[in-house]
Design a binder for this molecule. Structure first.
Ligand SMILES: CCCCCCCCCCCC(=O)SCCNC(=O)CCNC(=O)[C@H](O)C(C)(C)COP(=O)(O)OP(=O)(O)OC[C@H]1O[C@@H](n2cnc3c(N)ncnc32)[C@H](O)[C@@H]1OP(=O)(O)O
Length: 164
């Protein structure tokens, strides 16, 4: 069986972020995230732009975009340490409307690790001024690479039960 590190290393990178399955064919994150890596303090840094494809109210991002970006940023913390985690919980604060087509910055970091649970934190700011637009805290559960096969097996059992 491959290790979590090998699993992460085999996942393609586009613009500095490990790509989710649906973005691998296009070679870049559809949410408009570019990764800048970990800084000296272990904080993951990102450039972000919300394009008009995620416009909610006029001129501003749909809240789902902001939540997704924070999920991705907080979820990337363990990936940057070559560990595989999935989101167990995510709490998002929408502090200001997020403008579309404006350069934004993202930061995410680990606050503490309890057993297999990574407690991560992150925020989105306006690049021009540093104004805080949104932030999140989340718990990310460390998994083995068989997590996705385990899901398929579980789903097959569920579908089997439904067919009975
Ligand atoms: C490299 C790529 C990068 C690609 C780039 C990716 C970057 C992604 C960044 C974003 C991160 C995401 O959005 S991740 C996607 C969103 N999150 C998810 O899909 C997670 C869905 N939830 C779960 O799988 C589970 O609830 C967990 C793993 C979060 C539970 O965590 P936990 O509580 O620490 O784990 P654990 O004790 O082992 O399990 C709790 C219960 O969940 C069940 N469970 C655990 N795993 C599974 C599973 N695979 N399939 C079915 N069921 C499962 C257990 O049997 C148990 O059931 P019982 O005994 O209670 O009945």
């Amino acid at each position: 069986m491959i290790t979590p590190r090998e699993h992460v290393e085999r996942t393609p990178i586009g613009d500095g972020v490990r790509l989710c399955a649906s973005c691998i064919p296009r070679g870049r994150c559809r949410l408009g995230i570019s990764g800048l890596g970990l800084d000296a303090e272990g904080v993951a840094r990102f450039r972000l732009v919300c394009d008009a494809g995620h416009e909610g109210g006029p001129g501003v991002a749909h809240g789902g975009w902001t939540a997704s970006v924070l999920d991705e940023m907080l979820g990337s913390v363990a990936l940057l340490h070559k560990r595989l985690t999935v989101t167990k919980s995510l709490t998002v604060e929408f502090l200001r409307p997020v403008p579309i087509d404006q350069p934004l910055l993202g930061r995410s970091w680990n606050d503490r690790i309890e057993g297999r649970h990574w407690h991560n934190v992150g925020e989105v700011t306006l690049a021009a001024t540093g104004a805080l637009l949104g932030r999140a805290t989340g718990v990310f559960s460390e998994r083995d690479p068989d997590h996705f096969q385990r899901h398929k097996d579980w789903l097959a059992t569920q579908i089997g039960k439904a067919a009975d």
